[in-house]
Design a protein around this ligand. Structure first.
Ligand SMILES: [Zn+2]
Length: 405
């Protein structure tokens, strides 16, 4: 038996007036998701009510952990995704490249990801920042090391303080004046100074001058958030007896998978955006199952979440259609053609609401397709699952997927 978990990040949502009072899942009307929904439908709580809902909490749950006992913040999980290891007495943060419009004092968070800066541009900007003498001097003062990646997401590590850092996720303050959301708590003055220095260094960076000419926003700022201590997770294979691979563009997801003992390859062209390498990611997940002897593969698409944070209603629906036609459909077809029995679990990790442009902890709909008992296709959407009982947590859902109950 082969098992595939397909996650459309944040794709669950409310009914939207501009979509004819349909949710993006309903509006996208996806035929391959409907094949999966011919199987079993249900709901699962991936984010315990006492924790902030998000991919960090949800993926801990979905890969077999209890976020209430093991959640120590987002950044150490992401650091693991970049193979940055933390000592027991260290804390890591995310350092986003971002766009802050207007003067820095009184400036507005115009883009939490520097208008989606990626690849060489992102690497060049972050590299020149950490090499800048003023910024480097502040890093030294803060005893901070930074791992630069070819994305808007970079990893900063410092020695732990007695009190926790109070940091605000930049995607939660889209369009707001930043001043009230600057870092608070111990060492906050240093983090504020680093953020202010970054603005001075990046404002006139050649990459940014070029981006502005191209009609893009400049990645003219950095924003620290998501602090957390080193995290140790239980082995997925030890818990469920399944070997597996996780395919995701997002370091957080690769990090949770890697700390769980799953393989977490980086797929070229996997960007986390609407233009990601759908075919390359799908092929990597299928290869793990059909050629590399894995029992379980996770295939994750970040774009629906990303577009929800941007408030892009049509874009969110389009990302769901692409997930359907370029991931779900090819997975069902390839696994059917392989002659192996298989089960496919399809779901969002959490709701992300276009209305609020942020996450929501409502239990999410899921569908499980079983090649031995394929039912008649029916819509996969929030309403189709609304009357189903709620499973508490990913461990119970995985036990159901693997038929261990
Ligand atoms: Zn998510």
């Amino acid at each position: 038996m082969k098992y595939m978990m397909i996650i459309g990040d944040g794709m669950a949502d409310e009914k939207i007036a501009s979509l004819g009072d349909k949710t993006p899942l309903e509006y996208a009307a996806c035929p391959n998701m409907a094949r999966v929904a011919g199987g079993e439908l249900g709901r699962v709580r991936t984010c315990p009510e006492s924790l902030p809902p998000g991919s960090d909490v949800a993926f801990l749950s979905l890969l077999g952990h209890d976020p209430l006992t093991c959640y120590r913040g987002r950044s150490p999980l992401e650091a693991a995704g970049e193979q940055v290891s933390l000592a027991e007495d260290e804390v890591s943060f995310r350092m986003n490249l971002a766009t802050i419009s207007g003067d820095y004092e009184g400036g507005v968070m115009a883009s939490y990801n520097g208008d989606g800066i990626d690849g060489q541009d992102a690497y060049d900007i972050a590299s020149s920042l950490v090499k800048n003498p003023d910024f480097a001097a502040l890093m030294e003062k803060a005893q901070m090391r930074i791992t630069v990646t070819p994305t808007f997401r970079h990893i900063a590590v410092v020695k732990a303080t007695d009190e926790p850092f109070e940091l605000t996720p930049p995607h939660d303050i889209a369009g707001r004046v930043i001043d009230a959301y600057q870092p608070k708590g111990q060492k906050a003055d240093l983090l504020r100074a680093l953020q202010a220095a970054a603005r001075r260094v990046l404002e006139d960076h050649p990459v940014n001058l070029r981006r502005v000419q191209e009609g893009k926003l400049p990645a003219n700022a950095v924003w620290f958030w998501g602090a957390g201590r080193a995290t140790v997770l239980q082995s997925f294979e030890g818990q469920f007896g399944k070997k597996g691979t996780a395919v995701s563009a997002v370091p957080l997801v690769r990090g949770i998978a890697w700390l769980s003992g799953l393989k977490a390859p980086r797929v070229p062209g996997a960007t986390g955006a609407l233009d990601t390498n759908y075919e390359g990611k799908t092929a990597a997940a299928l290869r793990a199952l059909l050629e590399e002897g894995d029992d379980f593969a996770l295939l994750h698409l970040e774009a629906p979440d990303d577009l929800s944070h941007l408030g892009d209603t049509e874009g969110k629906a389009e990302s769901i259609r692409r997930l359907d036609s370029r991931m779900v459909g090819p997975v069902l077809d390839a696994l059917s053609a392989s002659g192996e029995d298989f089960r496919v679990l399809l779901m969002p990790d959490h709701y992300t609401l276009l209305r609020t442009q942020t996450h929501d902890g409502t239990p999410v709909p899921y569908a499980i397709y079983d090649s031995r008992y394929p039912g008649a296709p029916r819509a996969f959407c929030e309403a189709a699952c609304a009357d189903r009982p709620v499973i508490e947590g990913g461990v119970a859902l995985l036990r159901k997927l693997f038929e261990l109950n």
